[in-house]
Design a protein. Structure first.
Ligand code: FPP
Length: 227
């Protein structure tokens, strides 16, 4: 079966998952983090080398303080507990997005974690935190303009916060909505899109396998025609 080289996931539906169980939204995010761990293990176990997960958008940062504090706490837990397992599995960890939008303590935990797990022969896990696709495009343009560099597709791609990673092949969004929500806009130009009605904490490794089979059936033409 043809596997994607780069899979990206919009992990949507944690809040609704909690609401349906009469639980606080934070419980949905905690269940989402558990799911995130099993899915990433599965993805890299299959030999897919690049995975980007949409954890927190720049726009999400205007959510109520109580919810944000819970998300920052989960980020702290993730970056303290998961560095060892990622290193042992040979997975490099990076963060895409604007960490300057985050509280200093969260930024510090992220920087330390990324420094400790920056190498990995088997794969790269990118977490999008404080991320906005349009913002990232503007910031890439600014970087190139400041450096007086030539703007080409390649130089532009490399100046994005995902620089060094291949384009997204398969983009999955859970949680029923069918939109990109400012995620990897440039990188997903030719991505195959798979939408799942399942809320993220309910999206199992079997659901991921189904999305992969769907991907394998798609014919990717990149705007060309068969000759
Ligand atoms: C979207 O669901 C999800 C988020 C804004 C947060 C995602 C976070 C995690 C999966 C866990 C923690 C992440 C890290 C990096 C440790 P939503 O809250 O918008 O759901 P809703 O649409 O049902 O309200």
């Amino acid at each position: 079966m043809v596997l994607p080289e780069h899979i990206a996931v919009i992990m949507d539906g944690n809040g609704r998952w909690a609401q349906r169980r009469m639980l606080p939204r934070a419980a949905g995010h905690r269940a989402g983090m558990k799911r995130m761990l099993s899915l990433t293990e599965h993805i890299f176990g299959l030999g897919i080398p690049y995975c980007t997960l949409f954890a927190l958008s720049a726009e999400n940062l205007s959510r109520p303080k109580e919810e944000l504090d819970e998300l920052f706490e989960l980020i702290r837990i993730y970056f303290t507990e998961q560095i060892g397992p990622l290193r042992r599995a040979g997975i490099a960890l990076r963060v895409v997005g604007d960490c300057m939008l985050l509280p200093a303590a969260t930024r510090k935990v992220i920087e330390e974690g990324v420094r400790a797990a920056s190498d990995g022969a088997k794969g790269t896990l990118a977490l999008a935190i404080g991320y906005g696709g349009r913002q990232d495009i503007v910031s890439a343009a600014e970087k190139l303009a400041e450096a007086g560099a030539q703007i080409t597709l390649e130089s532009f791609r490399e100046s994005l916060s995902t620089g060094g990673m291949p384009a997204v092949d398969l983009l999955i969004r859970t949680g029923k909505e069918k939109r990109l929500s400012n995620f990897l806009l440039f990188e997903s130009a030719y991505a195959e899109l798979v939408f799942s009605d399942k809320l993220f904490p309910d999206f199992t490794c079997r659901d991921l396998d189904r999305a992969l089979s769907e991907y394998a059936k798609r014919e990717r033409r990149y705007g060309k025609i068969e000759t």
